[in-house]
Design a protein around this ligand. Structure first.
Ligand code: A3P
Length: 361
C-alpha cells in the first residue's frame, strides 16, 4: 500500500519565546510524544529548507499582506510593552504626482495636530512603503518613520506618497494594515497633469523625455520604440483616474475617500483646507485664510511667516515652461475624457447604488 505523506508545517512565533522557553519545550515534547506512541514517522528540515518547502507548497503566500497586529487582542496581550500600533498613519495622501500634492503636504503640516512621517533618505521625503519593495521590510520598518503620538485621539499622523494613487497593489495592502485610514487624492485635468509630468521629467534630465517631444509621447503607437512607449505609459497611466479610483473603492468605503479639485487647491487653498479639516475630523480648527498668502512673485499661495515673509514651495513646484500647444491640448483632452472615464481596461463600475466618494469642487 502506498504510504500517505502529510506535511504539516508548524510556525512558531518568535516574539512569544523572547523571555520564555516554554513554548519550544512543549513543542519538542509533543513531537517526542507522537513519535513514541504512534506509528507516524516525523521528519523535519533545518529552518531555511523548511521555509523553501513551505513556499513551494504555498507559493501564493510568498507575497505577504501585513495586517494590524493590534487588531487581535491575543496578539496585543503577548506583545512587548515597547511595541505600539499608534505609530501608523490615520490618513494617506496618495497623489497622483503633479496635481499639487506637495502644496497640500505643506499646508497640512502647518496644522498643529497633523504630523507627517520623517523623511526617507532613499526616496526623498516620501516613504513609499505600500507600492514598492519597502513593503517587504515589514511594519516595524514603516512605523519607525512615525513618532509616537503624544495624544492618540487628537494627533493625526499621515503620509504622502504620490505614486500610491495608480499602483495596483497599494489599495489592497493599505486596506489590510490601516483599514480605517482616510484616503486623500487630488485630481486636475489629466492632460495638464501629463504635460506637467513631462516637463518635470525633462527638468530631471530623463533621457527619454529629453529625446522625445510631448507630441511624440502622447501619439506613440504600438510600433514606436519601447523607450518611447514606456515613457508614454508612465506619463499617461496615472491619469486613468476612473480605473484607479474604482480600485481604491473596492478596498475602502466611499466615505473614507476625499477627492480634492487640484485647480481649486491652487486658486483657493483655504476653502479646500477647511473641507480637508472637516473630512478628517481634526481639531482645533486651523484658520488657513490667515495663515496663507498669495505670493505674486511665486504666482502661488504660500505659507505666511512672521514680518510678512513667505514660505513657498521650491523651484521644482510651479515651474515655468511654455504652455501646451493648443492643437495637442485639444487632442489630448479628447483622449483623456475617454481614458479617464473608461481607462485602458474597459468600463467603470456603474452599478446602481454605488455611493460616490467625497468630491470637492
Ligand atoms: P507645475 O510645476 O507643473 O506648475 P506635485 O507637488 O503633486 O508634484 O504638483 C506640482 C504642481 O502643484 C505644480 O505643477 C503646480 O502647478 C501645483 N501647485 C498647486 N498649488 C501650488 C502652490 N501653492 N505652490 C506651488 N505649486 C502648486
Amino acid at each position: 500500500m502506498e504510504s500517505m505523506r502529510v506535511i504539516s508545517i508548524f510556525m512558531t512565533h518568535l516574539s512569544n519565546y523572547g523571555n520564555d522557553r516554554l513554548g519550544l519545550y512543549t513543542f519538542v515534547n509533543l513531537a517526542n510524544f507522537v513519535h513514541t506512541w504512534t506509528n507516524l514517522k516525523l521528519q523535519t528540515l533545518p529552518p531555511v529548507q523548511l521555509a523553501h518547502k513551505y513556499f513551494e507548497l504555498f507559493p501564493e503566500q510568498k507575497d505577504p499582506l501585513w495586517q494590524n497586529p493590534c487588531d487581535d487582542k491575543r496578539h496585543r496581550d503577548i506583545w512587548s510593552k515597547e511595541k505600539t500600533c499608534d505609530r501608523l498613519p490615520k490618513f494617506l495622501v496618495v497623489g497622483p504626482q503633479k496635481t499639487g500634492t506637495t502644496a497640500l503636504y505643506l499646508f497640512l503640516i502647518m496644522h498643529p495636530s497633523i504630523i507627517s512621517n520623517s523623511p526617507s533618505p532613499k526616496t526623498f521625503e516620501e516613504v513609499q512603503f505600500f507600492n514598492r519593495n519597502n513593503y517587504h521590510r515589514g511594519i516595524d520598518w514603516y512605523m519607525d518613520f512615525f513618532p509616537t503620538p503624544s495624544n492618540v485621539t487628537t494627533d493625526f499622523l499621515f503620509e504622502k506618497s504620490a505614486n500610491y494613487f495608480h499602483s495596483e497593489e497599494v489599495p489592497r495592502r493599505a486596506a489590510s494594515l490601516i483599514p480605517k485610514a482616510k484616503i486623500i487624492t487630488i485630481l486636475i485635468d489629466p492632460s495638464d497633469r501629463a504635460y506637467s509630468w513631462y516637463q518635470h521629467q525633462r527638468s530631471h534630465e530623463d533621457p527619454a523625455a529629453l529625446k522625445f517631444s510631448f507630441y511624440q509621447v502622447i501619439t506613440a503607437g504600438p510600433r514606436a520604440p519601447s523607450e518611447l512607449r514606456a515613457l508614454q505609459k508612465r506619463c499617461l497611466a496615472p491619469g486613468w483616474y476612473a480605473t484607479h479610483i474604482e480600485r481604491w473603492l473596492t478596498y475602502f468605503p466611499p466615505y473614507q475617500l476625499l477627492i480634492i479639485d487640484g485647480q481649486q487647491l491652487r486658486t483657493d487653498p483655504s476653502t479646500v483646507m477647511d473641507e480637508v479639516q472637516k473630512f478628517l475630523g481634526v481639531s482645533p480648527h486651523y484658520n488657513y485664510s490667515e495663515a496663507l498668502t498669495f505670493d505674486s512673485h511665486k504666482g502661488f499661495w504660500c505659507q505666511l511667516l512672521e514680518e510678512g515673509k513667505t514660505k513657498c514651495l521650491g523651484k521644482s513646484k510651479g515651474r515655468k515652461y511654455p504652455p501646451m500647444d493648443s492643437e495637442i491640448s485639444r487632442a489630448l483632452k479628447k483622449q483623456c475624457v475617454v481614458l479617464s472615464r473608461y481607462g485602458p481596461f474597459g468600463g467603470v463600475n456603474t452599478e446602481p447604488g454605488l455611493k460616490s466618494p467625497n468630491y470637492m469642487s
